[in-house]
Design a protein around this ligand. Structure first.
Ligand code: CNA
Length: 255
């Protein structure tokens, strides 16, 4: 096997992987959505840089001090209401819908942008911002329906009086194990895996890579180095939106 050295050759090699792949699994993270204007955990201007925010958006804070939780959570939620998918999300949706590829996306994101772009097989490992669930009676409500309460700095309540909790996996919450197992199976079945815009430092999401087949191909696109770079066939320390659409397009046209 020969190893190309320049980026164009690497992109062509990934396009060839893509062309011959029958099952493609994707693990995406906050970095795929920064080009839609949502800061990741590591951005210097991100809300997460503030320690009080990291402490407040947790299960224990929600349980003990819901007003403090919602003070910070509302800032996050209300700043994400007019976001749109970018070229990275759209390239994945094209693979599935235009090229007819089997694509399974396990995302750590809670922004729902893969589905807005048109991807159909999406596992939201950390939940989503579309719904909130009553902690007393279990009724699910659409988050947009409680937007006004959040704008008015009120704690959203269910009709039964219970507090509504956004359907996101907070620090201290367990993952949906059924969904997680499904993501493990996708990783084990895939012959090509893309890790897109994730630092691959958050467990257990990053352990999904341990389930991949030894003969599968691994391509990482992330601005900074990840602990899995050495295991990858190709690594691009670049923006997802700059690299992925080119790989997808080349895999289709061959030029
Ligand atoms: P992370 O740990 O913040 O890592 C993101 C990675 O993306 C970093 O290594 C960046 O260098 C990289 N990056 C940033 N922009 C780009 C880009 N345009 N192209 C390529 N790489 C880029 O985020 P992870 O997803 O790895 O960690 C998981 C956390 C982050 C999950 O719990 C998420 O719920 C949480 N999160 C999600 C969102 C969202 O839903 N959009 C936003 C912020 C945080």
């Amino acid at each position: 096997m020969s190893y190309p050295f320049n980026r164009e050759q690497e992109i062509e090699a990934c396009a060839a992987f893509l062309q011959s792949a029958s099952k493609i699994a994707v693990l995406s993270g906050a970095g795929i959505s920064t080009e839609s204007g949502i800061p990741d955990f590591r951005s210097s201007n991100g809300l997460w840089q503030k320690e009080e925010v990291r402490e407040a958006i947790t299960r224990s804070c929600f349980s003990r001090q819901p007003e403090r939780f919602y003070y910070y959570f509302s800032q996050l939620f209300l700043s994400w209401t007019d976001i749109k998918p970018n070229q990275g999300h759209l390239a994945l949706a094209d693979l599935e819908n235009e090229q007819g590829k089997w694509v399974g996306i396990a995302t750590q994101n809670i922004d729902g942008l893969h589905q807005v772009a048109g991807s159909k097989q999406v596992i939201e490992l950390h939940g989503n911002l579309r719904h909130a669930v009553c902690q007393k009676c279990g009724t699910a409500k659409v988050m947009n329906g409680i937007k006004e309460k959040l704008e008015n700095k009120m704690i959203p309540l269910c009709d039964c009086g219970g507090i509504l909790k956004p359907k996101v996996v907070l620090f201290g919450d367990p993952l949906d194990m059924q969904e997680f197992r499904k993501a493990q199976i996708w990783m084990a079945q895939a012959d090509l895996i893309f890790c897109l815009g994730t630092s691959l430092t958050v467990t257990p999401a990053n352990t999904l890579l341990q389930h991949r087949r030894h003969d599968s191909k691994l391509v990482i696109i992330n601005l900074e180095a990840t602990p899995y770079d050495r295991e990858a066939d190709y690594v691009f320390h670049a923006k997802v939106g700059e690299i992925l659409p080119v790989i997808v397009q080349k895999s289709q046209t061959g030029d």
